[in-house]
Structures are given as structure tokens and as C-alpha cells.
Design a protein around this ligand. Structure first.
Ligand code: 5GP
Length: 191
């Protein structure tokens, strides 16, 4: 069976989550791969919809049982992972699965599913803009903001390992570009 998976990566604050949400609204055949995480739930997030919020103990148990397709300690003490069961179930239901994962996790998903994946890197126009976007988020504490910024330089250095890069200098333009790319991908004839 030839499945289709679409991966959006990029540093925190690049806008990838907004792009993913907009695509999920526009394309009814798309479904989100809900990751597991140990980070605290934000006020606007739902358990099982945005993430499966787990304790570190629960997360470590799943690592031990090899339930993750990939997992990363994205920030010190904060674990995030893609559940095999989550992705396989959604693919078997016939959906096209969308991922919003960090850069290393994205490269693992790419390796795991090979040609079935379309991978896009969402690039902030500059580190200054990235910092402003993260500061504007009310959910970040000074500490989490600093952890995110500290990681972004490294993440940007991975951009050239992705098949497509979109510079998110204007959100509506970025969304239109993403729509064109995914349209092309989903209408591509299997090789
Ligand atoms: P946030 O805390 O802002 O929701 O996410 C922080 C970072 O973790 C983002 O770059 C997000 O894409 C990434 N992330 C979310 N889920 C996963 C996952 O399952 N695996 C990996 N490796 N990263 C993830």
C-alpha cells in the first residue's frame, strides 16, 4: 500500500504549526499525527488533540516498550515523540498524515517512510523575527523562550537536508505556497 505522509519542520516560532492547522482545515483527507510529550499542557490545548500529555515516567515506559517511531528530548527535560500506533492507525484508515515535529525527529520520520514522505522546512526570515514571534507568545516563560532560541540556530543548519524550504516572511503567502506543494504531492502518480 502506498501511503502519503507530509512533514513540516523548522524551529519553534517558524510558523509551522499554524501552516499545519491551516492545511488540516483545507484538506479533509489530511489528519494530524498527535505526538506524545512531557511538556506542560498550554491553556488552549486539548489532550489527545494537540498532544498526548504524559508524565516523564509514562513517556519512559513507552520508550522501553518501543512504542515510538522516533522520540527526542527536544529541550532539556522535555520529551516529544511520534507513536507508531498513532501513525499506522491513521494511515490504515486511508488518511494522509501530517507531522509537526522538530528537525531531528523529522529526519527520522523521513528515513522511516522514505519516498512516501514529502518534507518541508519552514524557515523564519531571520533570528530577530523568530525571537519577536516567540516573545509575542504568551505561553512561553523566559526560561522556555531561551531554550527555544538556543536551539533554533542548530535547527536552521539542518534546513538543506529537506526537500523544500519555505521562508515564512508573510503567513498567507507561506500558506499558499504550502498548499501548492501538498497539492502537487497528493496528486502525484505513484512511481
Ligand atoms: P511545542 O512545545 O512548541 O509544541 O513543540 C516544540 C517542538 O517539538 C516543535 O519543534 C515541535 O515540532 C516538536 N515536536 C512536536 N512533536 C514532536 C514529536 O513527536 N517528535 C519530535 N521529535 N519533535 C516534536
Amino acid at each position: 500500500m502506498n501511503h502519503q505522509l507530509i512533514l513540516f519542520c523548522g524551529p519553534s516560532g517558524s510558523g509551522k504549526t499554524t501552516v499545519v492547522h491551516s492545511l488540516l482545515e483545507k484538506f479533509p483527507q489530511f489528519i494530524f499525527s498527535v505526538s506524545a510529550t512531557t511538556r506542560p499542557q498550554r491553556i488552549n490545548e486539548k489532550d489527545g488533540v494537540d498532544y498526548y500529555f504524559l508524565s516523564e515516567e509514562e513517556f519512559r515506559e513507552k520508550i522501553k516498550k518501543e512504542e515510538f517511531l522516533e522520540w527526542e528530548e527536544v529541550y532539556p527535560g522535555r520529551f516529544y515523540g511520534t507513536l507508531k500506533e498513532e501513525v499506522n492507525r491513521k494511515l490504515e484508515q486511508g488518511h494522509i498524515v501530517l507531522f509537526d515535529v522538530d528537525v531531528k525527529g523529522g529526519l527520522s520520520v523521513k528515513k522511516y517512510f522514505g519516498k512516501q514522505v514529502m518534507d518541508v522546512f519552514i524557515m523564519p526570515p531571520s533570528l530577530t523575527v523568530l525571537k519577536q514571534r516567540l516573545e509575542a507568545r504568551e505561553s512561553e516563560t523566559q526560561e522556555s523562550l531561551e531554550k527555544r532560541l538556543a536551539k533554533s540556530g542548530l535547527e536552521l543548519s539542518f534546513a538543506d537536508q529537506f526537500s523544500y524550504i519555505i521562508v515564512n516572511d508573510e503567513l498567507q503567502k507561506t500558506i499558499r505556497e504550502a498548499e501548492l506543494l501538498v497539492n502537487d504531492f497528493i496528486n502525484r502518480k505513484p512511481a
